[in-house]
Design a protein. Structure first.
Length: 302
């Protein structure tokens, strides 16, 4: 199947490469011309403008947009849609807010176009291992893209699926990322607690390796934890600062809107906020209050 890949960051480039290895013809475009040349070297047909993308694809076209969520996706989807013809498909494989995907699907449908939202997981490992894809959209365009999904997935019948109407793919991916926050936090806290039991002199990497096989807490995240501890047992040089991509926030806001309790995910997100504060005002104020009501000593900053 012929398909265009718009956005040749690490993930977009790897997805294009996997499609090429699967026998698909890929037209590759990026604002960075060097990225387009790299895609050409990998076997893709380069396109240096969106007009060139459209010309090089046979109708009905399929254009996969893989750019950062928010304004970059909004601008790119609109620009692509302005150049396409009825029955063409735009795929948004980024981490867009599902509400934006619902809105964009309606806008594109008015032009006779189809939007398929694909929540995509796999990161840097996707090229070799395949991508997990949560797909939202109408049945016909999703069915037309089936050969693409089968190639990108870990197996033709595993790791991907049509989960519902427009917006549902990105909604499910949002929840997926929220769960990821909670799982990561639980592993981090458990290993932190073991590191505090100094008299046992626990080998954290060895414990991670034990848990990887047969344990009820085994997972790919644990595999990556073991890998990180093997490479750097004391995590020397790594700052205790954890960014968030925004999907955890969207998950929490959705839970508030729906009146659904998600304490683990909520606390995991809050902990990421706290990790980015060098000296939280709240902690300073706690120390000051203890000094005020109990006369407890207050440590000075050094």
């Amino acid at each position: 199947m012929d398909i265009a890949m718009i956005g040749l960051g690490k993930m977009g480039f790897n997805m294009a490469t996997r499609l090429l290895h699967g026998g698909h013809r890929v037209v590759a475009h990026d604002l960075n011309e060097a990225a387009v040349h790299s895609a050409e070297e990998a076997g893709a047909q380069g396109a240096f403008t969106l007009d060139e993308v459209v010309v090089k694809l046979p109708a009905p076209r399929a254009v996969w947009v893989m750019v950062p969520a928010g304004e970059p996706t909004e601008t790119t989807v609109n620009a692509v849609a302005d150049r396409l013809a009825p029955d063409d498909i735009v795929v948004d494989g980024g981490n867009s807010n599902y509400k934006d995907s619902v809105r964009r699907a309606v806008a594109l449908k008015e032009k006779g176009l189809h939007l398929v939202d694909v929540g995509t997981s796999g990161g840097v490992w996707g090229l070799a291992e395949g991508y997990s894809m949560m797909i939202g959209g109408e049945d016909a365009p999703v069915s037309r893209l089936r050969p693409v999904f089968e190639t990108l997935a870990p197996a033709k019948d595993k790791g991907w699926g049509h989960v519902g109407p427009s917006g549902s793919g990105h909604f499910v991916k949002m929840i997926h990322n929220g769960i990821e926050y909670g799982l990561m936090q639980a592993y981090a806290e458990g290993f932190d607690l073991m590191s505090h039991k100094e008299e046992f002199r626990l080998d954290l990497h060895r414990i991670a390796e034990i848990w990887r096989y047969g344990s009820v807490v085994r997972s790919w995240l644990l595999d990556l934890t073991a890998r990180a501890l093997a490479e750097n047992p004391t995590l020397e040089g790594i700052a205790a600062c954890v960014p968030d991509s925004g999907e955890g926030r969207w998950t929490l806001m959705e839970a508030v809107d729906l009146g659904c309790s998600i304490p683990v995910i909520s606390l995991a997100l809050q902990n990421r906020f706290r990790s980015r504060q060098q000296a939280p005002l709240a902690d300073k104020l706690l120390a000051a209050m203890r000094g005020q009501f109990g006369g407890h000593a207050v440590k000075n900053e050094t």
